[in-house]
Write a protein that binds this ligand. Structure first.
Ligand code: SAH
Ligand code: F3S
Length: 480
């Protein structure tokens, strides 16, 4: 998801919600990794609000500490281990505090967590959050509690997430969970299980409710949103021989986009993440049809070399990816595109690396999320391929990729100079309390003097200057 990866090196964000009257226990919950984890923490807080917990952002006063974890790269796991050390220190002054680990690391390490980290009382995988009340009971009675059972149909579609620590303007809405793609480098299929889609009706209800509460932008979330398919529940593969009637009543991602955009024309709609192999032309047509669907696609490519893509088990070649890019611009000429790239996948040669750079030159991505390859236990790449690119080579290639991306980002932002773009105000600028910060539909950040405007306003901003990642301008009025 844009991913998506919210900077996992940065400290996880502690989330607070409005206190619910009568609740007397304090929950400190923080999330690392992808947007889905942040969204899941809102589901968890909703489940625990019914158990008497209000959230707090003061670790030292918490009765229960939950950390929603990420396993995507080794570094992400190390970050969480460091955090556990901090909890350990706090437990000395707050001995009653209980600690639970949620998310992908919980799923990957299971009960091993309890042996390795004495501070941990509870281990809960991404599909087991509804079991939290029972697990807490176990912990309270002095037993260790573990539930890492993955599900074929859990989508939490029936739980209204409490919106934590947000700006009241933008929100995530989960539409699929899990992933069936089995890219050889990726731990997600093991930690998040089989792909399943959520009932479109419950998605619509959540979106309508957000609109009523004044939200102005939603991001439909999934590990692989374009493969969204609602057949009335269950796994896709169970419906391989489905009758034509079932097929006729199925909802795919293009139709879901159309439904949501039609239901809430005043709301901006984003989605993440798109997998190139699953993106259809119909999705592009839905985007082109609705002004409120943002012209921006996060389209991870991972490598520009067809040979490496094959080793990664990505189901497309370099050329097919380029054809998809051409198709996007044919249907949506101003569409912004971002990437995920991995440097130094096993067997990657200088030539493969040059293929990645030349593909970047072709697309000139608006921005990207770039990583060195990190071998993950249990993945096909770990079992079948030697992690044979030396770290200094991986790092040098990553630097090449980042430098080129910086150049392309600067090129893209410069194209906006002199133009007047619609910006949704999200928050105060980090650098100045006299300026607002928001995003254009292209997902580019724009800052401008506050004037008469407020958070949540859609305003027209004349772009006068830019850095490689940020537009700087002046608001010239409300958007029509
Ligand atoms: N389809 C998912 C991908 C999740 S992982 C989504 O975007 O929602 C996010 C990104 O992390 C991937 O696109 C990939 O670029 C990177 N990544 C995944 N596994 C990795 C690994 N083992 N080493 C380095 N980067 C990895
Ligand atoms: Fe991972 Fe590939 Fe799915 S990157 S989340 S296995 S599309």
């Amino acid at each position: 998801m844009e991913e998506k990866i919210i900077d996992e090196n940065k400290q996880g964000e502690a989330l607070i919600l409005d206190a619910k009257e009568g609740n007397d226990r304090k929950l400190f919950i923080e999330s690392y990794g992808c947007q889905m984890n942040f969204s899941d923490s809102e589901i968890v807080a909703s489940i625990l609000a019914k158990q008497g917990y209000n959230t707090t952002n003061i670790l030292e006063e918490a009765d229960l500490v939950l950390v929603n974890t990420c396993s995507i790269r080794e570094k992400a796991e190390q970050t969480v281990r460091k955090r556990l050390e901090k909890y350990n220190a706090v437990k000395k002054i707050n001995p009653g505090m209980k600690v639970g680990v949620l998310g992908c690391m919980a799923e990957r390490l299971k009960s091993k967590f309890l042996e390795e980290e004495k501070i941990v009382d509870m281990v809960v995988g991404p599909d087991a959050y509804k079991d939290l009340p029972n697990l807490l009971q176990e912990v309270e009675e002095g037993r260790d509690a573990v539930n890492v059972i993955l599900s074929k149909d859990e989508t939490y579609g029936d739980i209204a997430p409490v919106r934590l620590g947000g700006n009241g303007v933008t929100a995530f809405v989960s539409i699929t969970r899990g992933c069936d793609n089995m890219c050889t480098f990726c731990v997600v299929p093991f930690t998040r299980g089989r792909e399943r889609s959520r009932d479109p009706q419950s998605i619509l209800e959540e979106v309508n409710d957000l609109a009523e509460k004044g939200y102005k932008e939603i991001t439909l979330l999934g590990q692989n949103v374009d493969s969204y398919l609602w057949y009335g529940g269950g796994l896709k593969k169970d419906f391989k021989n489905a009758s034509e009637i079932q097929k006729a009543t199925a909802t795919n991602f293009a139709q879901l986009l159309d439904m949501v955009a039609t239901a809430q024309p005043g709301m901006r709609i984003r989605f993440s993440t798109s997998n190139p192999q699953d993106m259809t032309e119909d999705v592009l047509h839905s985007m082109a049809k609705h002004k409120n669907i943002c012209n921006y696609i996060h389209l991870p490519v991972q490598s520009g070399s067809t040979r490496i893509l094959k080793e990664m088990n990505r189901q497309h070649t370099r050329e097919e990816y380029m054809q998809l890019i051409d198709k996007i611009w044919e249907i949506i000429p101003d569409c912004a595109i971002s990437q995920d790239l991995i440097a130094g996948f096993p067997t990657e040669t200088e030539e493969d690396h040059q293929d990645t750079l030349s593909l970047m030159e072709y697309v000139k991505y608006d921005f990207g999320f770039m990583f060195v390859y990190s071998e993950r236990p249990g993945t096909l790449a770990e079992r079948k391929l030697e992690d044979d690119v030396p770290m200094e080579v991986k790092k040098r290639r990553l630097t090449d990729i980042i430098n080129l991306q910086r150049k392309h980002s600067a090129y893209r932002t410069k194209q906006f100079l002199g133009r007047t773009l619609e910006v949704l105000i999200e928050k105060e600028s980090k650098k100045s309390d006299q300026h607002w910060s928001g995003r254009t539909q292209y997902n580019t950040v724009a800052v401008f003097p506050k004037g008469e405007y407020k958070v949540g306003d859609l305003v027209m901003v004349k772009v006068e200057d830019c850095t490689s990642a940020t537009l700087i301008g002046e608001a010239v009025g409300y958007s029509e």
